[in-house]
Design a protein around this ligand. Structure first.
Ligand code: ZN
Length: 271
């Protein structure tokens, strides 16, 4: 595979697999450029802190022990035996630029370890898209960056998941992500970046305006990536789950995965 100099992960909170019913030209083009799935499985319970936690830490929620209340109130404990992929990158590169832009602030102070030394920015989605795009253009040497948009989940809670109201908000998020993709392209970073676009959970399974259950509407998510070594227009291997994202990021950056991880690199994702 070609050289990957940075990984950029774009998270759409609570979008499930409902992107397929929404107007998302940016994401459609991204799927054509890389590997995609509309049937990937999140982790139980299908709640943001648990699911994003499993994505960053590569372990099941019973191990990282994050939940929304904890993430909102506490910093991730220094004594945890689990290592996020951000921390892994920090251990490898003491001076590397690592960044997290999130419209749900607990990701930046409650989920990612303080000791990972990540540049964090928290602001609402529209401003966040502009700020993240500007950051990319000024910091093309960023190694690992997470951008998180909360609007799809807010739309699901307000209008019901997988409804025209949420589809409209998902379409809006696609326009926000397009700002980031344009910044990546204009900075000349498309060729040597692995870009992942995914969501943490769906909703509307057990309750129309909520999530958390093991109903397929809550548990089924979209997952996609594009960049060096990824076959354009291909399908993501069926064995990949949300929890494996940490292993995909580590592999792309050339990091040894943490021994503590449940995350595994699916065979056949990279050529
Ligand atoms: Zn939610």
């Amino acid at each position: 595979m070609g050289e990957v100099n940075r990984v950029i992960v774009i998270g759409w909170d609570g979008a499930g697999s409902f992107v397929q019913s929404s107007e998302t030209p940016q994401l459609d083009a991204f799927f054509r450029r890389g590997a995609s799935s509309l049937t990937t499985q999140a982790v139980m319970p299908t709640i943001s802190a648990q699911c994003w936690g499993s994505m960053f830490y590569g372990v099941t929620p019973d191990k990282h022990q994050l939940d929304n209340t904890r993430a909102e109130k506490e910093r991730f404990p220094d004594g945890s035996p689990y290592t996020s992929v951000f921390k892994l990158a920090r251990q490898q590169w003491p001076d590397a630029k690592l960044a997290s832009f999130s419209s749900w602030e607990p990701i930046n102070y409650g989920i990612i370890e303080t000791s990972a030394g990540v540049h964090t920015v928290s602001m609402p989605d529209a401003e966040l898209a502009a700020a993240a795009g500007a950051y990319i253009q000024l910091n093309p040497d960023v190694k690992l960056m997470f951008v998180h948009f909360d609007l799809p989940d807010a739309g699901g809670h307000r209008h019901g998941y997988n409804t025209p109201g949420q589809w409209e908000v998902i379409a809006q998020t696609d326009r926000h992500v397009a700002i980031i993709m344009q910044a990546i392209e204009e900075a000349g970073l498309l060729q040597d970046s692995l870009i992942i676009q995914l969501t943490d959970h769906g909703g509307g399974g057990a309750a129309p305006t909520d999530h958390g259950s093991d109903h397929p509407l809550d548990l089924t998510i979209f997952w996609s990536c594009a960049g060096p070594g990824i076959e354009p227009g291909s399908e993501v291997p069926a064995e990949l789950g949300l929890i494996d994202t940490a292993a995909v990021i580590a592999h792309a950056l050339g990091l040894m995965p943490s021994d503590s991880w449940d995350a595994k690199l699916p065979l056949g994702l990279f050529k």
